[in-house]
Every structure is written in structure tokens, then in C-alpha cells.
Design a protein around this ligand. Structure first.
Ligand SMILES: *Cc1c(COP(=O)(O)O)cnc(C)c1O
Length: 383
């Protein structure tokens, strides 16, 4: 029998079934008018999901590859970078910068806390770039990117702001043009609900001006990609099948005003947090990201036990990372999900907690989740 696992981890997420149909279509060649049209449409749709004003390039890589492409294509050797981090992914960009030979200074906040715009502003004078993660998937925090970017820009008008928007893209409010961001990175296995394999990099006009001055690079050369992709081609073989599938999965996302999509995703995540709280969990994030609900289980239960109990029910969640491996679990409705999935997950959590011997009144988590949606219209229903 076909066994459908529930993917509740923060990537890869459940995919839009339309993408499976697109991926089943006969293979096309990538140097054809059909492929060129698909790439241009995909770039344009990704740009629309960011509110316009940026040049979007698509890489055949995960999100990390797309971030590396931005770094090596925009930043000259020896440049000083500021990495603002408060979690595993934020940390990654500092390590990447160091590995690539840049000088990296850090502005940090404890896991679960938010980055301070003033502290970032004090660190950026004289730096070439700021590396920052908008939605920190390791902690469930959505950093106040608008305030941080504004403060950093005021302190250093020439700064390039490179953003890991992997789990905020098409999930949380993100306005690269209004917030004056320079490189905005994501990947296909998160908010756009596609299988893994595509990276996205959106570049501002300021970033485009820096493409000539990057460091040593070959495959991840965005200057070369820009030239090709503006003609509907890529420098090397694109993941053309995924690009075709992307044009189907983004149909659903673009059918709504972005503000409604963001608001519903935020309600869905708030519903998961409310369900967790009803079962005695604590919300880990100071400022929760709609991409992932990070919950600290009650005394005597570990995050790993919760994710194992969910696994026994056919649902894949995530435990914490690093020092928080045992102390939290994380669930995400970033992919092809609607609010009724949030209610289903609240029910799953009740069964998981019951299996772990926790005592609570049946229905409390589902009721708490439902309460979050009460009085609001369903948005972006699965169709
Ligand atoms: C998933 C994720 C990434 C990208 O990871 P890849 O495995 O390279 O796609 C980067 N940043 C955040 C915040 C993520 O959640």
C-alpha cells in the first residue's frame, strides 16, 4: 500500500501534488524555446513573491550553494564581513565566510533571542557586507530584518546585506526592495513546496554593480549566470524539470495577495504553538517565525521523545540542534499545507503526548489551535 508520511520538519516539506505531475512529464532539452520560457517564467514568479525590484537567479543547488554563489560573486578577497547570528544557520554563513578566506566579525544573541539592530549597526562601519538569517530555523525566531537592515544601512550606506531568507521566502513578510536588501537567498524545498534541488538568489541593483568585483569562483559565478539567465539559459545544465515544476507550485502562492499568504502562515504557526502550550510546552522563540514552531516540552519529556512519538504516528518532525538537541522539538507547516493541517497536527500532538504518558484533557490542543483561526477566513486552502 502507498504509505504517505507526514513531513512536518522544516524542510524538505510536503510538496504541491502539481509538482509531481510536472516532474512526470517527458524530459525536455534545456536549450529549447520551451526551456527558456520556463526559466524566464520561474525567475519572474520568484521575483513577484519578493514584491518585485530584484533580479532573480536560479542555481542547481540547495540553499547553501545559492548563499555561497552570492558570497563569492559579490565580495572581493580579503573583505571584512559581519555575521549577525543567533542559531545554527546564522552560524553557518560566518563559517562559510571564514572558509572562503574573508575576515568575519560576529554579532551574536543567545539561541531563542532576537538580534539587536543597534548592536549590528555598531559593527558594520567599514565592513563590506552583513550576513544575516531572517528566519532562524534552528530556534524558530523571525529576526526583525526590517529594523536591522535600516540600522545597518544608516551606519554604512555602501554595505551589502546578504540575507538567508531560506525559510522566510513565501512564508513571512519579506520586502527586499523596501528594506534595501542586496542578496536574498532561498531554496526549493521550503516555502515554495518543491522537492530539494534549486537555489534562488535575488539581487538588488547595488548587488548587480558588485558582480564584477567578487572573488575566485567558477561554477557559482553569478555574473556569468546573469548573462545567461537574462536570455533564458543557464551557464551549465539547469535542473529544468524542477524549474518546470516550480511554475506549477507557485501558481497557488501567487493566487493570493502576499500579505494574506503571510498572515495565514503566521496563524498556522501560531496554532501549532498554541497547541503545544495547551499540552504544557513552552514557546522557545522570543519572536516566532511563521516557518517553524520550536517548542520546549514539559518537565520530564525530551524533544527527542516527542519527535520519536510523532514518528511512531507516521509524522516526521525535528528535534533541536546542537546544545538544544534534547530540549526542544520543531514542527513546520511551511510547505503544501493549509489551516486544516494545523488542526490535524494539534491532534497528532495530543496522541504523541498521550503515548508519552502525559495527562491532559482530551481536545485541549485542537481547541487551542482552532481558537487561533476563529473569526478569520480560510486562506490558501489546499486545492
Ligand atoms: C534549510 C535552511 C537552509 C538551507 O539549507 P540547504 O540544506 O542548503 O538547503 C539555510 N538556512 C535556513 C534558515 C534553513 O532553514
Amino acid at each position: 500500500m502507498f504509505n504517505r508520511p507526514r513531513l512536518l520538519a522544516p524542510g524538505p516539506v510536503e510538496t504541491d501534488p502539481r509538482t509531481a505531475l510536472a516532474l512526470a512529464a517527458p524530459q525536455i532539452h534545456h536549450r529549447t524555446p520551451e526551456a527558456r520560457a520556463a526559466l524566464q517564467e520561474a525567475r519572474s514568479r520568484l521575483g513577484q513573491l519578493l514584491g518585485g525590484g530584484l533580479e532573480v537567479l536560479i542555481t542547481a543547488s540547495s540553499g547553501t550553494g545559492a548563499f555561497e554563489a552570492a558570497m563569492v560573486s559579490l565580495l572581493s578577497p580579503g573583505a571584512r564581513l559581519v555575521c549577525a547570528e543567533a542559531g545554527k544557520f546564522g552560524e553557518r554563513w560566518g563559517k562559510m565566510g571564514e572558509a572562503l578566506g574573508y575576515t568575519v566579525d560576529y554579532v551574536r544573541a543567545p539561541w531563542g533571542e532576537v538580534l539587536d539592530p543597534q548592536a549590528v549597526a555598531e559593527a558594520v562601519p567599514g565592513a563590506a557586507a552583513l550576513l544575516i538569517t531572517h528566519s532562524e530555523t534552528a530556534t524558530g525566531v523571525l529576526h526583525d530584518l526590517e529594523a536591522i537592515a535600516r540600522a545597518a544601512r544608516a551606519a554604512n550606506p555602501d554595505l551589502l546585506i546578504l540575507v538567508d531568507a531560506v525559510t522566510s521566502f513565501a512564508v513571512a513578510e519579506l520586502r527586499p526592495q523596501a528594506w534595501d536588501l542586496d542578496a536574498v537567498v532561498s531554496g526549493s524545498q521550503k516555502g515554495v513546496a518543491l522537492p530539494p534541488g534549486l537555489g534562488f538568489v535575488a539581487l538588488s541593483p547595488r548587488a548587480l554593480d558588485h558582480l564584477a568585483s567578487g572573488g575566485p569562483r567558477y561554477y557559482f559565478d553569478l555574473a556569468r549566470e546573469l548573462k545567461s539567465q537574462q536570455k533564458g539559459e543557464t551557464a551549465y545544465t539547469p535542473a529544468i524539470n524542477l524549474i518546470q515544476a516550480l511554475n506549477l507550485s507557485t501558481d497557488r502562492l501567487l493566487a493570493l495577495p502576499l500579505e494574506e499568504l503571510w498572515a495565514e502562515k503566521a496563524r498556522m504557526n501560531a496554532a501549532l504553538l498554541a497547541a503545544g502550550e495547551a499540552l504544557g510546552c513552552r514557546v522557545f522563540a522570543r519572536r516566532p517565525s511563521p516557518a517553524v514552531a520550536a517548542l520546549v516540552p514539559p518537565e520530564g519529556v525530551s524533544g527527542k521523545q516527542v519527535s520519536e512519538a510523532l514518528k511512531a504516528l507516521g509524522a516526521r518532525a525535528a528535534a533541536g540542534q546542537d546544545a538544544y538537541k534534547d530540549s526542544m522539538f520543531r514542527i513546520s507547516l511551511m510547505g503544501y499545507f493549509d489551516r486544516y493541517d494545523a488542526l490535524a497536527v494539534a491532534g497528532l500532538l495530543e496522541d504523541a503526548f498521550s503515548a508519552l504518558g502525559q495527562r491532559f484533557e482530551r481536545g485541549v490542543a485542537v481547541a487551542a489551535a482552532w481558537q487561533v483561526f476563529a473569526g478569520t477566513q480560510v486562506v490558501g486552502r489546499r486545492t
